[in-house]
Write a protein that binds this ligand. Structure first.
Ligand code: SAH
Ligand code: SF4
Ligand code: F3S
Length: 479
């Protein structure tokens, strides 16, 4: 998920940020081998990329360790989306510096979006860093490590128009063995004025559909029961088969992956409201195993602000899209990303965002205050003129509105029965399972003999908070 947001602390339920900064690990450490340690920040794409990096390093004889002090190579996969995300990385570098001083020879590498944004400047600013590697240059890691071992700095921030790492089988690190990410495209061709991603991830490109299908099939055969198709803008997925010249759209890809097996659940993220088509919605409806959940970030509920953001839709267009989704799939849940206090936003315009939360009935949202990013269109064209205090107050109001809507959304589910994929023990008790329903809501329920992680079961919701549904296992409907 996204980086943590300081203003959220103590204000609301913790959003699902559990994985920020998590160190990846994949089993036993073996003596005599070289070890790498990797921490990941930012979005799911970054976590997915870390699995590609791990796979590339494993080919070179490296194994993963969770113990930074034991690592020959310390990597940090970074995010630039907001200032806070970059601050977190800088703080982690201070810790790595201490480790390096105790263990000279340890290499420190910065990967991902911040590496891409700062390029060689990173090496000037942070003396401890040996490697700076952008998101499209991970294949070059072995050569860059060799350079660094020779005492030089290794840097590759080349952005590619083709790289999709299609042939690299990601090493599933620290997975629950049930759900996995599949990256289906890279980069972004939209130019939302607030956003740094087009600069850090480069041009949009789609991955070979057959390699996606092969990865989904392989995961299913290895016991996985849920895949999330990842991209900054999955609805603009478009792959042309070089042999036949035929193109595969996102709706077609969704259909293909849904046919891998009825017991393999499919999720996807993120959908741009301008690109999600009826064809995608009908494909979702047609397959029981395509989850009825759409992450459809609105950013702002006001048309003038949306125009400044260069989102290419207005309030009315977004409302029509939401109506269409509920019309085709009344049981679909919709979630959102929201930015408070974008340049020149007035109080009335902020009210439009609050009313959109009510209108769209989001099951949940990721909510942020605007953070100006160097080099973006907004940074060049507009003044970041909303005082921090006002941004934070508006964000609080947004969070308050969303928390109330989330609670009402969950309360409506009380008494209903859902098919749930068991993901493991609940956080609080090993007597309880946790798992998600199709709408991506976390359900917690007492265990029942004979059921294990990776199984499906039916759960009746009995109690709701704004974040979770508590329930009990019931027989499948119709039995
Ligand atoms: N590709 C996705 C989102 C990627 S970034 C999409 O288009 O929806 C994830 C979220 O971070 C964005 O949806 C936005 O809400 C937030 N975000 C991006 N840039 C930001 C900035 N400069 N300040 C605050 N929030 C930002
Ligand atoms: Fe950023 Fe917009 Fe692209 Fe999303 S669609 S990654 S917000 S530029
Ligand atoms: Fe962050 Fe890069 Fe993702 S900026 S949100 S890690 S694409």
């Amino acid at each position: 998920m996204y980086d943590s947001n300081p203003t959220l602390d103590g204000l609301t339920k913790k959003i699902d940020e559990d994985r920020q900064g998590e160190a990846f690990f994949q089993g036993m450490e073996e003596a005599g081998q070289r070890h790498f340690y990797i921490e990941s920040y930012g979005c799911q794409m970054n976590f997915s990329d870390s699995e590609i990096v791990a796979s590339i390093l494993a080919e070179q004889g490296y194994s993963a360790t969770r113990n930074m002090e034991a690592a020959d190579l310390i990597l940090i996969n970074t995010c630039s989306i907001r200032e806070k995300a970059e601050d977190t990385v800088r703080k982690r570098l201070r810790i790595f510096d201490q480790v390096k001083q105790q263990r000279p020879g340890t290499l420190v590498g910065v990967l991902g979006c911040m590496a891409e944004r700062l390029k060689a400047k990173f090496l000037e600013e942070e003396r401890l860093v040996d490697l700076v590697v952008g998101p499209d240059a991970y294949r070059d890691l072995p050569a860059l490590i060799a350079t660094a071992e020779d005492g030089d700095k290794g840097i590759n921030v080349f952005l590619s128009r083709e790289e999709t790492y299609a042939d690299i089988s990601p090493m599933r690190l620290d997975s629950n063995g049930v759900s996995a990410f599949i990256s289906i495209m890279r980069g972004c061709d939209n130019m939302c004025s607030f956003c740094v991603v087009p600069f850090t991830r480069g041009r949009e490109r789609s991955r070979n559909a057959f390699s996606i299908l092969a990865e989904a099939t392989d995961l299913f055969e290895r016991g996985y029961r849920e895949v999330t198709l990842l991209g900054q803008n999955v609805d603009s997925y478009k792959w042309e088969n070089p042999e036949t010249g035929q193109t595969v759209s996102f709706a077609q890809l969704l259909d293909m992956v849904a046919r891998v097996h009825p017991d393999l659940r499919i999720r996807f993220s993120t959908s741009h409201p301008k690109d999600i088509t009826d064809e995608v919605l009908f494909t979702m409806k047609a397959h029981e195993n395509v989850c009825k959940y759409i992450h459809l970030p609105v950013q702002s509920g006001n048309s003038r602000v949306l125009e400044l953001m260069n989102r290419t839709y207005d309030r009315e267009w977004y409302i029509n899209k939401v109506n269409r989704i509920y019309e085709i799939m009344p049981d679909c849940a919709i979630s959102s990303d929201i930015i408070a206090g974008f340049c020149t936003e007035t109080e009335e315009e902020h009210q439009d965002t609050l009313s959109m939360i009510e209108f769209a009935r989001y099951s949940m949202s990721y909510m942020f205050f605007y953070s100006e990013r160097p080099g973006t269109l907004a940074a060049r064209k507009y003044e970041d003129d909303i005082p921090l205090k006002t941004k934070k107050r508006r964000l609080q109001e947004i969070i308050k509105a969303q928390t109330a809507v989330s609670l009402a959304h969950n309360q409506q589910d009380i008494g209903k029965t859902f098919k749930v994929l068991i993901e493991g023990d609940s956080k609080r008790s090993d007597q309880e399972f946790k798992g998600r329903n199709s709408q991506n809501k976390m359900m917690v329920f007492p265990k029942q003999e004979g059921l294990k992680t990776g199984d499906y079961c039916y759960v009746k919701a009995l109690e709701a908070t704004s974040a979770t549904l508590k329930g009990e296992i019931v027989p499948p409907p119709g039995l």
